[in-house]
Every structure is written in C-alpha cells, then in structure tokens.
Write a protein that binds this ligand. Structure first.
Ligand code: ATP
Length: 146
C-alpha cells in the first residue's frame, strides 16, 4: 500500500516522523483526511484529535492548533502543542478545564474570556483523546480475556 512521510513537530520537539497510510486532522472547516498523493494544501488546524494510521494501527494525539502543509514529498504538521494519547496527564487537563470554566462563568475586567475559552477547548480535546485510548485499551483487554 502507498504511504507518505509525515513530520509532526512543535516548537519544542519532533513528536512523530514516519511513513504512514493516512492522517486525519481538524482543519478550520472540519475534519480532513490525507491519503498518499493528496494535492498540495496549506491549512490552519483547530484544536482537535489527530489520528495517524499506519500498518492497521491507529495512533491518537491531541493537537492544540497549528498548521498542516501537504507538500509533494511529505506532510508537515507544525502544532502549537501536541501530546500522544498516552502522554496526556488527565488530572492536569481536568484542572485546566475547571480553571477555564471558572473564568468563563464569572468574567471580569481582569480575566481574559477568549483565552479561557481557548484553554477550555484544549483541555476538552485532551480529555477526549485520553478517554478514547483508555476505552480502546479496555476493549482490547476484554477481548484478550474472552
Ligand atoms: P495547562 O494550563 O495545564 O498548562 P495549557 O492548555 O495552557 O494547559 P499548553 O500551553 O497547550 O497548555 O501546553 C504547554 C505544554 O504542556 C505543551 O508542551 C503541552 O504538550 C503540555 N501539556 C499541556 N497540558 C497537558 C496535559 N494535560 N498532559 C500532558 N501535557 C500537557
């Protein structure tokens, strides 16, 4: 099966670099599936789940926004922040969600509601991705036992 090179980086680190079958990301206008030989494209990403498919395996990540570029030779994702599902600290994401919710419920001149809303979205994506991988692990363990 045809593959293409994916490089996923943040300002801090190279998160992922490999040949893959497909990438699914959240562009500004909705979910976007990239397969080999996709036409050149440049789009901003919104906070959302990123799915990488390779050899019948799916890798799940939380992306906080950034850019995706499809080049003839590779696909580059420059993410504001990005964590593999296994790296997500659930307690930290819950705390970020709680803090953001508090600010949004009681806006004041000293607080930044737009920043709180963005923080809330990041935390919700992290929670969703972490929860998904937990569910999938549970399913796999159950089917191994049966
Ligand atoms: P917090 O308020 O908890 O710092 P945040 O949304 O403001 O959350 P970001 O600015 O998006 O955090 O990310 C800062 C760094 O912390 C990045 O390297 C990001 O990958 C990491 N990070 C943020 N939240 C989590 C989390 N829940 N689990 C693991 N890493 C996280």
């Amino acid at each position: 099966m045809a593959t293409f090179r994916l490089e996923l980086v943040t300002a801090e680190r190279m998160v992922y670099s490999d040949d893959v079958d497909m990438v699914i990301a959240w562009g500004l206008e909705g979910q976007l599936g990239i397969l080999p030989h996709h036409a050149p494209l440049m789009t901003m990403l919104q906070p959302g789940e990123l799915i990488i498919k390779k050899d019948n395996e799916e890798t799940y990540m939380a992306v906080s926004g950034g850019f995706l570029e499809v080049r003839p030779d590779k696909v580059i994702i420059l993410a504001d922040a990005c964590e593999r599902a296994e790296e997500i600290d659930l307690a930290r994401a819950e705390e970020a969600k709680r803090r953001a919710g508090e600010i949004m419920e009681a806006p004041s001149p000293e607080t930044d509601s737009a920043a709180a809303e963005a923080a809330l979205r990041r935390s919700l994506v992290r929670l969703k991705v972490a929860e998904k991988i937990r569910r999938k692990r549970g399913q796999r363990q159950r089917s191994l036992r049966e």
